[in-house]
Ligand binder design. Structure first.
Ligand code: CUK
Ligand code: CUA
Length: 643
């Protein structure tokens, strides 16, 4: 179903379509078969033992985690735990990783992970880290692309719903957060209906230290009480700017009223962060109290530590001339995307048929010539016509997100009409469209969020699965689809299920990551304070009611394996060191009656799990990972005496 002759009547139908999450192609015969032909099979087939061309990191939405897939095969390689506890490896259960999930609200072992973005140098993917956001309890995490492990999580104060995240500037100077909900800043007990003027939207610029990637909040721009949806950095000519889409510019506390969209246009907020840096260098900005956690994993000790910070530097945009402008953008923009040249800023009005494209050059000229339509919020509002580059008459309905190839084409997803539309930057003409199955949200082209996209494949991530796979009861996994975009026309070549809800993905050429993917942790670099380096390091130490077991593992035994002298009421810390130095030889450890999870210890690593025995007896433990022919012999006993 296509909306070729989209008219006003169709537009009135938007709200009912939204309510019933309409999927244009649902149930269509052509849809069920897709447009597949036999050459599609060849395009995605990666023979046994062969490797994929790209890594794809798909967000897991409400799973809280990030999943790693291969393209074009759609094979899932790994789930990387980030915001959720993960019993498979003991992440969030082991003593070493628990501090990563600490926040100012306490230990929060879950979040809603939306947008991965890979670090860049000179606007190109450098494959060092992938940054992801926690949308619920606002956080940003940094995942190492050498170890594929979460190394750092920083909480974002003065925010609620870190949705416009975690996009990065083209030299990874900053990773940026934006608050979906405006909230009282500072937080306080106050009537909700006094929202207007009191609720603020913090846009947070987090500096990334270039060597190790450590994050530090540099400043927060305290904006009017809008909802901040998505963001994108300027690049090339627009490097130094950051763009945020907004809705609810009515500043209403209940969005029911706003759904009638009183304001025909909301804004894309353009932030000149270089200007703000100057302002701060000249003594501008104000430190305000704000409590937030900063959690860092240390690779040499294999341990994370959590620090609580109690203040943050804020700046008021109405006091910094030239730092912030508002670009009117129709119909509650969702996606806010910048093309590889940095010239075009695309605002997708999610209640619209058209895609609005702003011009960076025109924006600069409009600023110089003061083409303003007032400053209702104390921030100059640029005249719409003066910044408009063009409008894509898409013929679709409900544009959400746009990515780019290397040939000047843009690809936009349409949720309501359930399709991907390909169009040309500059001429705004639509050149192709293909249905998605069903109701697509984000899409991803490897490097499509950088100055150098790799334009062979496009992955569409769909919100509704329905009949695409064998039914698995009421709950179906989400569905992603791979399109070959190397030709003029897009071709659907594969469907694969995802894990959780993929809101976005970041893709990267395999050759950039695979060669530097870590194989082991070096035992001679292990600085864990409780490591048992070799069986001779193994021992049991008592400190009051705390017992520390320094335990080593190697195929296929634990040292020590018979432990006596433990009493009911003790707190027993098992510190397990894996002495192996071969690729892919983990050992696991699990203790009967343990109320945490097993832990999986990689070669050269030390991990700790706690056991609090409740009953006298002789209790067994064993290795959970089939590590050798004698894996089943890898076991031990703990004798527990009455208190
Ligand atoms: S949002 Cu999910 S479809 Cu969080 Cu990027 Cu648009
Ligand atoms: Cu070690 Cu099984």
């Amino acid at each position: 179903m296509q909306f070729k002759n989209f008219n006003r009547l169709a537009f009135l139908g938007v709200f009912s379509l939204l309510l019933f999450s309409g999927c244009g192609n649902q149930g269509s015969k052509e849809g069920a078969n897709g447009a597949l032909n036999s050459s599609a099979a060849e395009k995605v087939y990666v023979a046994p033992g062969e490797k994929d061309d790209y890594y794809a990191f798909l967000s897991g939405g409400y799973s809280g985690n990030l999943t790693v897939y291969g393209l074009p095969s759609g094979r899932m390689f790994k789930e990387i735990p980030v915001f959720s506890q993960f019993p498979t490896s003991g992440y969030g259960y082991s003593e070493e990783t628990k501090p990563l999930l600490n926040t100012s609200h306490g230990f929060i072992p879950w979040d809603d992970l939306h947008h991965p973005d890979i670090s860049q140098t000179n606007g190109e993917l450098d494959g060092r880290w992938v940054f992801v956001n926690g949308n619920n309890t606002p956080r940003i995490a940094r995942v190492s692309l050498a170890t594929f492990e979460t190394e750092e999580i920083i909480e974002i104060p003065n925010s609620a719903g870190n949705h416009s995240s975690s996009f990065i500037t083209e030299n990874t100077e900053y990773v940026v957060a934006g608050t979906r909900f405006s909230v009282p800043v500072p937080q306080r007990d106050m009537p909700i209906n006094e929202y207007k003027g009191n609720f603020k939207g913090a846009l947070t610029f987090i500096g990334v230290e270039p060597e190790h990637g450590h994050m530090e909040i540099k400043f927060q721009v305290i904006m009017p009480g809008f909802n901040y949806d998505l963001s994108h950095p300027g690049r090339g000519k627009s490097h130094g700017w950051f763009f945020f889409s907004t809705y609810n510019t009515e500043e209403a506390s209940s969005l029911l009223e706003v759904n009638a969209s009183q304001n025909d246009k909301d804004f894309i907020a353009a932030i000149n962060w270089k200007k703000i840096e100057e302002y701060i260098a000249n003594g501008g900005g104000k430190m305000v109290p704000a409590e937030y956690a900063h959690n860092v994993y240390d690779e040499s000790t294999h341990m994370a530590t959590s620090t609580m910070i109690d203040e943050v530097l804020t700046v008021d945009p109405t006091e910094i001339p030239g730092a912030v402008y508002l670009l009117p953008t129709p119909k509650s923009p969702h996606g806010c995307d910048v093309d590889p040249s940095g010239q075009y800023i695309i605002g997708s009005g999610k209640l619209s048929a058209d895609i609005t494209v702003h011009s960076f050059d025109k924006m600069i000229a409009a600023i110089e010539n003061e083409k303003f339509d007032g400053d209702a919020y104390g921030i100059p509002i640029l005249n719409f016509e003066e910044v408009l580059a063009g409008t894509v008459k898409s013929g679709g309905l409900g544009p959400l997100h746009t990515e780019f190839d290397s040939d000047g084409n843009a690809y936009t997803t349409f949720f309501i009409s359930s399709e991907v539309v390909k169009w040309k930057l500059g001429s705004w003409e639509v050149v192709d469209r293909k249905p998605t199955f069903y109701s697509v949200g984000h899409l991803m082209i490897p490097g499509g969020n950088s100055r150098k996209p790799f334009g062979n494949y496009l992955v569409a991530m769909n919100k509704i699965t329905k009949d695409r796979y064998l039914p698995t009861g009421p709950e179906m996994e989400h569905s992603a689809q791979i399109y070959d975009i190397s030709g003029e026309k897009m071709e659907l070549i594969y469907d694969f299920p995802t894990h959780g809800e993929p809101h976005y993905a970041a893709g990267c050429p395999a050759e950039l990551l695979a060669p530097k993917s870590r194989k082991i942790y070096r035992l001679d670099e292990n600085k864990h304070p409780y490591a048992a380096i070799g069986p001779e390091g193994a021992k049991v130490e008592r400190n009051g009611k705390e017992v520390h077991v320094y335990m080593s593992t190697i195929r296929s035994h634990f040292t020590p394996d018979n432990i006596e002298g433990i009493k009911v009421g003790d707190k027993v810390y098992f510190h397990i060191t894996n002495l192996e130095q071969d690729f892919d030889v983990p050992h696991g450890f699990s203790m009967i009656g343990q109320n945490t999870s097993e832990i999986l210890v990689m070669p050269g690593q030390t991990k700790t799990t706690v056991w609090e025995p409740k009953k006298p007896g002789v209790w067994p433990f064993y290795c959970t990972d089939f590590c050798s022919a004698l894996h089943q012999e890898m076991q031990g006993y703990v004798r527990v005496s009455p208190a």
